[in-house]
Design a protein around this ligand. Structure first.
Ligand SMILES: [Mn+2]
Length: 298
């Protein structure tokens, strides 16, 4: 699989509950991501990082916190991703919190049609009107679907950024969704494969989700929020998800998703390096990512 990757770091925790995720791009590099990709035979250019945006406590306005900062970083991500994609390379984007994915989708959408495999411990279907936290990284899918704060839902070349059939929710913990989130999931007729279902056949369910995305869209972006992993075994994420997938289950699913001929990019979010001071977990994640991108899993 000859692939040219362009790595972009987005060190932001502006859209999160607290600081820490802004350290993730540097931690990925320290864990040897670039060298591992190259050793696996992939061509990779490290295009560097955007400016650091560390979380600042701020009161909610119209139900959301830090909207201006998040809109700013999302716009910068969109510009950089569009520039990478225009050169024919695959963006490998290292967040940062989950709002980074809005910018990746917006950037790829400038090039054409894109579908999204949303591998995440949550459905991120909170809304400004119903959220008790006002934290924007709990509302990413809401904004992708054109709802929520207009400044964020409108960051891309079209609104909604994604039609409902261009989205696959994959690996979320069903216990994390409140009745409002379930109602929006069903109301949009979203395709959803929660963690207990993924676990029965990770590769098979990933293949089914991929087939649906490839049929609906010309290109497929893979979003990986590491909180899809069970945090009792693999406590790398910002927010704990005890009922998440094992790393082996994720590896099987990710290999299928990243094996798509329509793969248009990968974005990894919510890594909290402070939870992994020796980099042990991150090095294991780097192995999984590298194998998935190089097609060498199993
Ligand atoms: Mn998320």
């Amino acid at each position: 699989m000859a692939r040219d990757l362009a790595l972009l770091g987005v060190p932001t925790s502006a859209g999160s509950h607290h600081a820490g995720q802004e350290k993730a791009p540097a931690a990925f590099r320290a864990a040897g991501l670039v060298e591992a990709l190259a050793a696996a035979g992939l061509s990779v250019e490290d295009t560097g990082d955007l400016a650091v945006r560390r979380h600042r406590p701020s009161p909610p306005v119209d139900g959301v916190r830090a909207l201006d900062r998040v809109v700013e970083v999302v716009g910068e991500v969109a510009d950089r991703v569009a520039a990478i994609a225009a050169t024919g390379r695959l963006p490998l984007v290292l967040g940062g919190d989950c709002t980074v994915t809005l910018g990746v989708v917006a950037g790829l959408a400038r090039q054409g049609d894109v579908g999204l495999a949303y591998v995440d411990g949550d459905a991120d279907l909170s809304t400004p009107a119903t959220s008790t936290s006002g934290v924007l990284d709990t509302m990413g899918v809401t904004h992708l679907l054109g709802d929520g704060a207009p400044a964020l839902a409108g960051v891309g070349p079209r609104r909604p950024l994604l039609a409902a059939d261009h989205l696959e929710l994959f690996g979320f913990d069903p216990a994390e969704l409140d009745t409002g989130q379930w109602t929006r999931l069903v109301g949009h007729r979203l395709s959803a494969t929660p963690a207990p279902v993924v676990r029965t056949d990770p590769a098979g369910h990933a293949a089914a989700a991929l087939r649906r995305l490839e049929a609906a869209a010309g290109a497929v972006l893979v979003h990986l929020d590491v909180d899809v992993l069970g945090t009792d075994d693999f406590p790398l994420a910002n927010f704990p998800h005890p009922a998440g997938l094992t790393l082996a289950e994720l590896a099987d699913a990710l290999a299928v998703l990243c094996g798509s001929d329509a793969l248009a990019g990968v974005v990894v979010t919510e890594v909290a390096p402070d939870h992994d001071p020796d980099g042990v977990l991150l090095r294991r994640l780097v192995e999984v990512l590298t194998a998935a991108l190089a097609g060498t899993t199993g």
